[in-house]
Structure formats: structure tokens, C-alpha cells
Design a protein. Structure first.
Length: 237
């Protein structure tokens, strides 16, 4: 059995600039970090040539092309698996509506596990590109590219989207104490029982703003994100 664990992400700045309609004309950039909460995917060989997929519901079909879950179906097709496999998925959060990029985390984790199932190693860049292909091109989801790269690379990153479709991922380096404190603050995000609203995020993200500004003053990476995030959310400095 192969088990993959893929983190969820919190986006600070740049949401919307990762949409193809925007970055193909202007370029785009996003600052985000992954958090402890994750999506888990298990892949194992099935005793017959059928396909069994278990998520919020369970599917058992004769071949991969008959799977109804679009992300699973297209991931199997991309990797070249036609049958003889069982896939399960669970997560630390509800499946939809949290605004933490769970669909992309699921797809990245699934691709990672499927490549391992086939005996292949896939780099973070490859996983992100393939996830974008599945979600944007094959499934035609009206989304951008930030979630896929955040999930595949992990950690805090400044991600640039270029008009030629290339993507540049730069790690944001902060003092270890600031990174740990920021992670602790972001873990205070709460699920309210419905789609995530700004009200649930304002307090922990406000503290994150101040930590990021402190990191800049103390000689961390030069990305001036804290002040910009406060201005974007109308926070007092």
C-alpha cells in the first residue's frame, strides 16, 4: 500500500493573478504557505482488474475510464493505469468549501501516489504541472494555478506565473522562530460548518500579518508581504 500526505494551503496575496486570463496578459504572483492540515490518499493493488475508488462515496467499475470522479478518472488516464487498483481518500477538513485548495491537494497527492504505484518518481514541478493539466485543461475547472504549486512544493513560497505559461517558485526564508509562530497562528483557522468566510480567518491572519512584518524587520526574506496584506484586509498597522 502507498500512502501520500499532501498539505492544504493558506493564500496571503495575489489570488486571482494566477488565473490564465490575467497572467497571460500581465503576469501574476502569489504568496502562500501550506499548513499542517492535509489530504491523505492511499493506493493499493486490487485482487482483480477492476477499479475501486472511495471518497465521500464509493465507486467500483470495470475500468478506469468508467470512474465518475473526474479528477480520479483523468489522473488514472494521465499516468496510464487502466485497472487493478484501489484508491481511498480522507482529509483533515471537509471535502469542499473551505477555501484551502483541497481539490488541488487531493489531485497532487493522488498523482504522487499513482506515480509511486507505477515505480516512478515525480518531482514537485512535475506534479504541479500535471495537476494543472488535469484541473484546468482536462476537467476545464475555472480556477488558477496557485493551489497546485502550493500543494506540490509545500512551505511558504512566492510563486510567479509568466505569460509564456512557465511558473517560478521561490522559497520565502524566515527565522525559524517566526515560521513556527506563524504556523501556530494559522492552525487557529476554524471550520464554521459552512463555506469559509473571511470572518473565520481574520483574527489568525491578522496575527500572521504582524509576524510577517516582524520577519522583514529582523532580516528575513525581503518579500514585503506583511504590510501589503494588512492594507488589502484594511488592518491597522
Amino acid at each position: 500500500m502507498i500512502i501520500s500526505r499532501t498539505p492544504l494551503r493558506v493564500s496571503f496575496l495575489g489570488g486571482g493573478s494566477d488565473l490564465p486570463a490575467y497572467y497571460r496578459e500581465h503576469g501574476g504572483a502569489v504568496l502562500s504557505t501550506t499548513v499542517e492540515q492535509s489530504v491523505y490518499v492511499t493506493v493499493s493493488r486490487k485482487f482483480d482488474n477492476a477499479v475501486r475508488v472511495s471518497y465521500a462515496r464509493t465507486e467500483e467499475v470495470a475500468r478506469a475510464a468508467d470512474v465518475e470522479h473526474p479528477l480520479v478518472r483523468e489522473a488514472l488516464a494521465l499516468v496510464g493505469i487502466e485497472g487493478g487498483i484501489e484508491i481511498t481518500s480522507v482529509a483533515d477538513i471537509p471535502a469542499r468549501g473551505t477555501g484551502l485548495g483541497s481539490s488541488s491537494s487531493f489531485t497532487v497527492g493522488l498523482l504522487n501516489a499513482l506515480h509511486a504505484f507505477c515505480g516512478h518518481h515525480a518531482s514537485a514541478a512535475q506534479l504541479a504541472r500535471e495537476c494543472c493539466e488535469i484541473e484546468l485543461e482536462r476537467c476545464r475547472e475555472p480556477i488558477g494555478k496557485q493551489d497546485q504549486y502550493a500543494a506540490a512544493f509545500g512551505g511558504m513560497n512566492f510563486i510567479r506565473f509568466h505569460p509564456d505559461e512557465s511558473v517560478e517558485v521561490k522559497k520565502v526564508i524566515c527565522p525559524a522562530s517566526v515560521t513556527a509562530d506563524l504556523q501556530e497562528r494559522l492552525n487557529l483557522l476554524l471550520y464554521r460548518g459552512d463555506a469559509l468566510g473571511l470572518g473565520a480567518a481574520r483574527a489568525p491572519v491578522g496575527r500572521a500579518c504582524r509576524l510577517l512584518r516582524k520577519a522583514e524587520r529582523d532580516g528575513g526574506d525581503g518579500t514585503p508581504c506583511g504590510n501589503r496584506l494588512c492594507r488589502a484586509l484594511r488592518w491597522p498597522h
